[in-house]
Design a protein around this ligand. Structure first.
Ligand code: APR
Ligand code: PHB
Length: 393
């Protein structure tokens, strides 16, 4: 079957869904194609730290009702090392805060909003293929409900994440890929327990990194640094709890509140950027174009910033036949992307144990941590990156 839309969007993650909502607000048509089922998209556990700009954009779109009710505003984070906790007062230092609201809840709100506008999201699509992207009528071929479709578009947005197909439509000879694979992963758990702390705790210890985050008053999210090749079956619940307790221990005997672990998995850690983020009428956004390790909580927020630029550039094209914002898309996005790449790499390097490090390396990390919490300038630098620089920075 042949179909037509203004912007064909591949992927119903934060990038693809938000782009469809931003375009709809300006009166432009899009079709979102997603390979997974709606249930899977709405239940996959990911991070949930929303920067100030992300909160404001959701508010502008009228998507803040449940977020304001169920999300929790945090005005600080804790850095813990040498058995002591140090608060980075994000709001005092920057005037901004962050919101803890899980990514899959954001996705539920985006999907419900788009469908209630009469927008189209096709779930369970297969065999997505892009063609004619250097022409002004690019095409997406795909299978849905056992039927083959051809979607003719003015533009294609590749919002299909790190494992998607869009990126490979950019000719190899024109792509530059920059990457770092870290020699550790994160073992993430969901635990049924009340929160152990009011704010997120990023902890450095001789045994490795750990992070205390939260999902709801009854459900906590925590991570411990682990071998990325490790099998989750090697980690009993008791081992995970013991490791958390050892890594988070303080001189004043801080206590972790514990309960049943209801989910556990190991995530790899990498940094990745492809340049350019655009070729012909194909624009990549979010994880399709860049990955950051989760230490800075930037992944979702970078995806939001990309599609905000893209929606503005497409609006300028449709309203005023202006192409300068589209042409500047890669450069505009990459300024923020590389800032976030640096911040995430820096947080990761400061807080993790590396397999080949020695006492010198540990002293250097501790010196950096001490400087970060003791110097107002250094703490402010962490804080302004953590709450997110302005979109037009
Ligand atoms: N065809 C259609 N959809 C696809 C295809 C494909 N070939 N390949 C992948 N997808 C879908 C995935 O199933 C997923 O739902 O694209 C979506 C991409 O979403 P994300 O991976 O969430 O990427 P993005 O929207 O860029 O958001 C980035 O989300 O996953 C987190 O850590 C990530 O926080 C970051 C943020
Ligand atoms: C999470 O809640 O999953 C989370 C929070 C902060 C991070 C990473 C993940 O830096």
């Amino acid at each position: 079957m042949k179909k037509r839309t203004q912007v064909g969007i591949i992927g119903a993650g934060p990038a693809g869904l938000l782009l469809s909502l931003l375009l709809a607000k300006e009166g432009y048509d899009s079709l979102v194609l997603e390979s997974r089922s709606r249930e899977e998209v709405e239940s996959t556990i990911r991070a949930g730290v929303l920067e100030q700009g992300t909160i404001e954009l959701m508010t502008e779109l009228g998507l803040d009702e449940r977020m304001n009710r169920e999300g929790v505003v945090h005005h600080g984070i804790e850095l813990r090392f040498d058995g002591e906790s140090h608060r980075i007062p994000l709001t005092d230092l920057t005037g901004h805060a962050i919101m803890l609201y899980p990514q899959h809840e954001v996705l539920k709100d985006f999907i419900a909003a788009r469908l209630s506008q009469g927008g189209s999201i096709l779930f369970n699509v297969k065999d997505v293929q892009l063609s004619d992207i250097s022409s002004d009528q690019p095409m997406i071929r795909f299978t849905h409900d056992h039927e083959q479709h051809e979607l003719q578009c003015d533009f294609i947005a590749g919002c299909d994440g790190y494992h998607g197909v869009s990126r490979s439509a950019i000719p190899n000879a024109l792509q530059a890929v920059y990457t770092r694979t870290y020699p550790f992963g994160w073992l993430g758990i969901l635990m049924q327990a009340p929160p152990s702390a009011h704010e997120l705790i990023y902890a450095y210890s001789e045994r490795g990194f750990s992070l205390v985050s939260t999902r709801s008053p009854e459900l906590q999210r925590m991570y411990v640094q682990c071998d990325p090749q490790d099998n989750i079956a090697n980690w009993s619940d008791a081992m995970i709890l013991e490791e958390l307790q050892l890594r988070l221990a303080t001189k004043d005997n801080w206590q972790l509140r514990v309960g049943p672990i209801i989910q556990k998995s190991i995530l790899a850690m990498r940094s990745f950027v492809i340049e350019p983020m655009q070729y012909g009428r194909l624009f990549l956004a979010g994880d399709a174009a860049h990955i950051v390790p989760p230490t800075g909580a930037k992944g979702l927020n970078l995806a939001v910033a990309d599609v905000r630029h893209l929606a503005r550039a497409l609006t300028a094209f449709y309203k005023k036949q202006q192409t300068d914002l589209l042409e500047a898309y890669t450069a505009t996005c990459l300024r923020r992307v590389w800032r976030a790449e640096h911040f995430s790499w820096w947080m990761t390097s400061m807080l993790h144990r590396f397999p080949d490090d020695d006492v010198f390396q540990q002293r250097i990390q501790l010196a950096q941590l001490a400087y970060t919490v003791r110097s107002r300038a250094a703490a402010t630098s962490l804080a302004e990156n953590y709450v997110g620089l302005p979109f037009d920075w």
